[in-house]
Design a protein around this ligand. Structure first.
Ligand code: ATP
Ligand code: MG
Length: 570
């Protein structure tokens, strides 16, 4: 492609709304354009990158025998009502009505749609297993669309759904997809980890998230350097502290704690370690209220709480001051588990063994001391609701765990029979007996992956695409387009490279060399061949975007070197 003919528009300044590198660089390099918050269009160069990533995904999915189809974005409400998710999905779903007042949504995901196809068209064991996928636009009205392509409201996802005869079959399909994902993200040049994940709104049993390591990622993973434990922070199990389980139970007593509303204030006022206090958090969960009770120095893991309460995530809200007063009869800051009535109480498992703790008295300006589980209060449910932190013992081997931030680029789930049962996806086995299909689902954020690649591959001057995702492999920068010798040499290189299968951009614009170099760095073309004065002697300059060094060489050598690198890294 000759840049003089190309639709190409860069920005000189960083757009003010962009906070992170991928967002800034995609906009500045003119690869994407924003329409409204969280909704972007792809310009020629950005679209080429997108297609490259899609192609990698496609090749690896096809290699595992998955078959590509394309379903609609518009989905009828009835299918979601059947699975029970029309109400569970919440405000993230874009909902609409047609002229006959019939309800629809713009698909945030496609479990219902794929299950519907299979239940109507597949009925024999001979037709299984099956794995169907699509690369398609998804819609989610995110609470906080931000970071450009990382969290948008319209984005492209590859979603696949496997249908097996039994759980053994699902294990196999799941493993195939896990392997395909590892290959896909490796080919995209990402440094990533596959970690155990929560199954959340999807339902089902096992799940892994593929996390591209990055400081701007919204995901936190916990991992152990001594063993193979690695999980998202939402999922990571926490080990209970055996702190004071053998202490003798002391009599409960009420103490005046005027205006001491936080764990820090109460523990320093009572001269105790925060790990001897109990924190009681009150929530509204739709029409009901709930309390989460855990040790004062722990953080609540909201995902674990939502799972314990068996409610959709969007229903969990902090109780207002009035609601706190209604439940506890006191101001905020004095809630405690003793005497709480008419609400669900989820108690962290660790507290069951903790003796003689301090907790709010449900009375303004008072706390209780020597609070003991069983004697003084009980939970509706006792389970682990702690959020893991750096240094907590590994749940597998007890070594201190590490935390890292990352971008969730993909997730695989063993759905089991959740959708096949609720929506009736059955088949007949060898003995003509009716059996329920066992499903898996597998998603990759294709547009998010594009942004994740930039987060891991950029410098102050711009993007540094790996060859496999680059919009073009080589850019030929012509210093003086009015000089015939330079143009002749550039065209020769351009044609030879193209003949050898390289994707080439020729910067033949009537611009200063400095502008051309800047643009080449910004758009991040991996190889640059600069054609300047020495073209008359058959010499050009060769440079890798990811390295600082420039090499002067013969035209033929530069062509050969470029082809070698492209073949090796493509
Ligand atoms: P998140 O926790 O980041 O909201 P999710 O777990 O809800 O994502 P999935 O339902 O697992 O997402 O969707 C599959 C993949 O789609 C994700 O792994 C992610 O790469 C991508 N994805 C999800 N939401 C968005 C979004 N708002 N913008 C871009 N990509 C997204
Ligand atoms: Mg996910």
């Amino acid at each position: 492609m000759k840049m003089s003919n190309m639709y190409f528009h860069t920005l000189r300044e960083d757009p003010t709304e962009a906070e992170i590198a991928s967002h800034k660089l995609l906009l500045r390099a003119g690869m994407i354009r924003k329409l409204v918050s969280g909704v972007y269009g792809f310009m020629p160069m950005g679209y080429r990158v997108l297609k490259k990533i899609e192609q990698i995904v496609r090749e690896e999915m096809d290699a595992k025998g998955a078959q590509e189809i394309l379903m609609s974005a518009i989905q009828p409400a009835e299918l979601w009502q059947e699975s029970g998710r029309w109400y569970a999905y919440g405000p993230e779903m874009f909902r609409l009505k047609d002229r006959h007042e019939r309800d629809f949504c713009l698909g945030p995901t496609h479990e219902e749609i794929f299950t519907d196809i299979i239940r109507t068209e597949v009925n024999s064991h001979r037709q299984l297993p099956l794995n169907l996928y699509q690369i398609q636009t998804k819609y989610r009205d995110e609470k906080r669309p931000r970071f450009g392509l990382l969290r948008s409201r319209e984005f492209i996802m590859k979603d696949a759904y496997s249908f097996d005869k039994d759980w053994e079959g699902l294990d196999k399909s799941y493993k195939e997809m896990y392997d395909a994902y590892s290959r896909i993200f490796t080919r995209c040049g990402l440094e990533f980890r596959a970690v155990e994940a929560d199954t959340g709104a999807m339902g089902g049993s096992d799940s892994h998230e593929f996390t591209a390591l990055s400081e701007v990622g919204e995901g936190v993973i916990a991992y152990c350097e001594k063993c193979d434990f690695a999980a998202t922070s939402e999922r990571a199990q926490c080990v209970d502290d055996p702190l004071n389980q053998n202490e003798e139970e002391l009599p409960l007593k009420e103490v005046l704690t005027p205006d001491k509303k936080t764990i820090e204030a109460v523990s320093s006022y009572l001269s105790i370690n925060p790990n001897r206090t109990i924190k009681t958090l009150l929530f509204k969960t739709g029409n009901e209220m709930a309390a989460a009770v855990l040790r004062g120095d722990r953080e609540l893991n909201e995902t674990k709480l939502v799972n314990a309460l068996a409610i959709p995530e969007h229903l969990l809200e902090f109780a207002s001051e009035e609601e706190v007063r209604e439940i506890t009869g006191s101001d905020t800051g004095f809630a405690g588990p003793v005497g709480l009535k008419n609400i669900k109480i989820i108690v962290d498992s660790e507290l069951v063994h903790m003796r003689n703790m301090a907790a709010g008295a449900n009375k303004t300006d008072y706390h209780l001391q020597n609070v003991n589980y069983g004697r003084d209060y009980e939970g509706t449910l006792v389970t682990d609701i702690k959020l893991i932190d750096e240094g907590y013992p590994c749940p597998k081997c007890s070594e201190p765990v590490k935390l890292a931030q990352g971008i969730e680029v993909g997730q695989v789930f063993k759905l089991g029979t959740k959708y096949s049962e609720s929506m009736g996806a059955f088949y007949r086995d060898e003995n003509m007996e009716e059996k329920v299909m066992v499903m898996g689902c597998y998603g990759i954020g294709v547009t998010r992956t594009m942004a994740a690649i930039i987060e891991q591959h950029h410098d102050d001057n711009g993007i540094m695409w790996p060859i496999a995702a680059a919009p073009y492999h080589v850019i030929i920068t012509v210093i003086n387009t009015k000089n015939e010798k330079q143009m002749d040499a550039a065209v020769k290189i351009y044609k030879s490279l193209q003949q050898a299968g390289a994707e080439v951009l020729m910067d033949d614009r009537d611009e200063r060399a400095g502008v051309k170099f800047k643009d080449a760095d910004l758009i991040g073309i991996p190889l640059r061949i600069t054609v300047g004065k020495k073209a008359a002697d058959g010499k050009v300059e060769f440079k890798l975007r990811r390295e600082a060094d420039l090499y002067e060489m013969d035209i033929e050598e530069a062509i050969g070197k470029a082809i070698d690198i492209i073949k090796k890294e493509q």
